[in-house]
Design a protein around this ligand. Structure first.
Ligand code: MG
Ligand code: ZN
Length: 367
């Protein structure tokens, strides 16, 4: 009998030791990753590995994102669908929670979910969004708005005045100026201290303060349709302004039209938009290299087009490819990371993990 008690006692002791050691190992795991002062999250909408490789081939073997030291994959499934849309895909990255397709940072019960941009702002960081679509479109919206449907552009625009990121650059002027509720959000933004600009020419002159640049009524043009280097210039402007905050910043950048090229099964459009996004990645990478305290993550919300590269020549920059669908696909998408905390993004991860890893890199707690 006494021996039995002794036996059980030993097992209990061993259990405590194991649990103690485990938590110690986890703590050590956490502190192994250095803290990031700034995070630049860059989303190529619909950008699968084939899109990346198509751009790499067209550029004759040169692409900024392929020089990143840490690479991984992200699983893109949503709470409602095997194949996500950009609403649920953006929500996963922005909030760390999977939700239904079409949601804008609300959960499956349509309750608001706090976003990484909102957490950064609450912690005193500067925040920004730079995209090549209307700023009310699904991907950017998931970082500052909370709506049950991505179709509610005017409600999403109104949410931007609640969250008030410091720098917002994209299109979508009409959702602020010609509204069913008769509110003039452009005037309201000015009253809140924003400089509101409606052309790309004003961008480079902007040095500090709060900026909203809505350079098109709806979406900005394609890169070949006159948009030029708007995205790269926007990222540079945002970095100039946001980096003045001593506590740090969070910046979300989207190559929005890679997805649309996939939907249209237009290879040339796809390659041009992916190269344009990569140029913006180059601007971010350049900043991060000089700064040393900036974590840059490049990923996608899902793949679009089921792109398959069927022939090509890297030396010539030629590429042949086939699309398998006009819609999104289920495959995992690439993750590229650079800077303090980058190591955490290696391996196969859930899209929601990216949010938690960013939070950990900042050393912020869940709200
Ligand atoms: Mg998008
Ligand atoms: Zn799409």
């Amino acid at each position: 009998m006494r021996n039995n008690y002794l036996f059980i006692g030993w097992w209990i002791l061993l259990g405590f030791l194991l649990i103690g050691n485990l938590s110690f190992a986890q703590k050590r795991h956490l502190s192994r990753f250095p803290r990031a002062k700034n995070i630049i999250l860059m989303i190529g909408d619909g950008m699968g590995t084939a899109h990346v490789f198509a751009a790499y081939t067209a550029q004759k073997g040169q692409l900024h994102m392929m020089t990143f030291p840490v690479t991984g994959f992200s699983l893109t499934q949503s709470a409602s669908h095997y194949i996500t849309d950009s609403g649920a895909g953006g929500t996963a990255l922005a909030t760390g929670q999977r939700t239904y397709n079409g949601a804008i940072s609300v959960d499956v019960n349509k309750q608001p979910l706090t976003t990484i941009l909102e957490i950064a702002k609450k912690n005193g960081l500067a925040t920004g969004i730079v995209v090549s679509c209307a700023v009310t479109h699904a991907t950017p919206a998931t970082f500052y708005a909370h709506q049950s449907s991505r179709a509610q552009d005017e409600d999403i625009a109104a949410d931007l005045l609640k969250t008030q990121p410091d720098v917002v650059i994209g299109g979508g002027y009409k959702f602020f100026s010609q509204r069913k509720d008769q509110r003039n959000l452009v005037e309201e933004l000015k009253q809140k201290g924003y400089q509101v600009v409606d052309s790309t020419a004003d961008l480079s002159s902007f040095q500090k303060g709060k900026l909203i640049a809505l350079v098109a009524q709806g979406h900005p043009a394609e890169v070949s349709g006159g948009r030029g280097n708007f995205l790269s210039k926007g990222v540079q402007t945002a970095l100039n302004v946001l980096s003045q905050n001593k506590k740090g910043f969070f910046l979300m950048v989207e190559g929005s039209q890679i997805d649309w090229a996939g939907h249209e099964n237009d290879l040339q459009y796809l390659v041009q938009e992916t190269i344009d996004f990569d140029k913006a990645v180059g601007v971010a990478l350049d900043f991060a290299r000089k700064d040393g305290k900036t974590l840059v993550i490049v990923t996608a919300d899902h793949e679009t087009g089921g792109l398959a590269i069927t022939n090509g020549d890297i030396a010539q920059g030629n590429i042949e490819a086939k699309f398998n669908t006009k819609d999104h696909t289920a495959v995992m998408v690439p993750v590229f990371a650079y800077g303090p905390g980058a190591e955490a993004f290696t391996g196969v991860q859930l899209n929601t993990d990216i949010f938690h890893k960013m939070l950990r890199a900042y050393r912020f707690n869940l709200p």
